[in-house]
Design a protein around this ligand. Structure first.
Ligand SMILES: Nc1ncnc2c1ncn2[C@@H]1O[C@H](COP(=O)(O)OP(=O)(O)OP(=O)(O)O)[C@@H](O)[C@H]1O
Length: 270
């Protein structure tokens, strides 16, 4: 896949459903190799916007180009092969099936190669198995290969999901609230794994949707803040993650503390 132009370019996109506007007039450009975080209150439109970026839904108006392909003019299934997506909405069906079958963590990662919710064994040779093992190791869970996915902890599952999304060697990795339900050590392990991934694969583009500033990896290069269906501000992370911008975005006076490349937030008590 060519890496000319932007990894993602949304021009004036609006998404409407059931008589409501879910996102309105969004302009957003993500260059290859950038690592974005998208923050904003519940219902701001983050997941809706990410579903356009993931080539899962079309905008109602405006244009969306993902990896240089214009949505509406390309085969979405083919395009999705180049997009790694980790999102609760997309995982429910797949994972229930895999857990029922007693699939191991390695098998779950292998299914990322075929983009299927069941393993297609004749498609996985030694090279794919080696790659799946390597990805598990890269995500800090090299000993999990033989463990049934169903018994893995929430933190282990979260990292296996990222390994699965990377199995098809995507050009862009989209993560929608990958930290939800994780305890503090599991969250920190996943953040470290994402930072290591960014360091190891300089060509990979990532977009992370999260609710918590504490979950923004130090490898993040850019931030987009959303509120009420719209973008409040987007740009280099150091310029965007300020107390003034986040207070504006969340509608509360917030203080932001950058520490060692990470960020912490708290409300100002009146
Ligand atoms: N298919 C749909 N039909 C009607 N309303 C929808 C649909 N999908 C989403 N919405 C609504 O659109 C708004 C934006 O939803 P979205 O999931 O994009 O927000 P979000 O910023 O990701 O929120 P959260 O942080 O709570 O996950 C919400 O009010 C949601 O209820």
């Amino acid at each position: 896949m060519s890496t000319d132009g932007a990894a993602l370019e949304l021009n004036g996109i609006t998404v409407r459903a059931a008589g409501r506007t879910l996102v309105a007039d969004i302009d957003w450009r993500v260059e290859y190799g950038q690592h974005w975080v998208v923050l904003g209150p519940n219902g701001a439109g983050k997941t809706t916007m990410l579903s356009v970026a993931a080539a899962v839904r079309h905008p109602t108006s405006g244009t969306a180009e993902v990896l240089g392909r214009r949505l509406g003019r390309v085969d979405l299934r083919e395009l999705r092969r180049h997009i790694g997506l980790v999102a609760a909405s997309q995982r429910l069906v797949d994972e229930a099936l895999l857990e029922e079958e007693g699939a191991t963590a390695l098998t779950v990662v292998l299914t990322g190669h075929t983009g299927t919710s069941a393993p297609l064994w004749d498609k996985y040779g030694d090279a794919e198995r080696e790659r799946a093992h390597r990805l598990l190791a890269d995500l800090g869970c090299k000993d999990l290969g033989d463990r049934p996915f169903g018994v893995c902890s929430q933190g282990e599952k979260a990292r296996v999901r990222v390994a699965r999304a990377l199995m098809a060697d995507p050009a862009i990795l989209l993560l929608d609230e990958p930290f939800s339900g994780l305890d503090l050590p599991a969250r920190e392990d996943l953040i470290e794994a994402l930072e290591n991934l960014a360091a190891a694969r300089s060509d990979l583009t990532t977009v992370l949707v999260t609710h918590h500033l504490e979950e923004v990896p130090a490898s993040t290069t850019h931030a987009l803040l959303m509120r009420d269906t719209r973008v409040v501000v987007g740009g280099p992370v150091g310029e965007v993650l300020t107390g003034a911008n986040l207070s504006d975005c969340f509608g509360r006076r917030l203080l932001i503390h950058p520490v060692d490349g990470r960020w912490y937030a708290r409300a100002v008590r009146l």
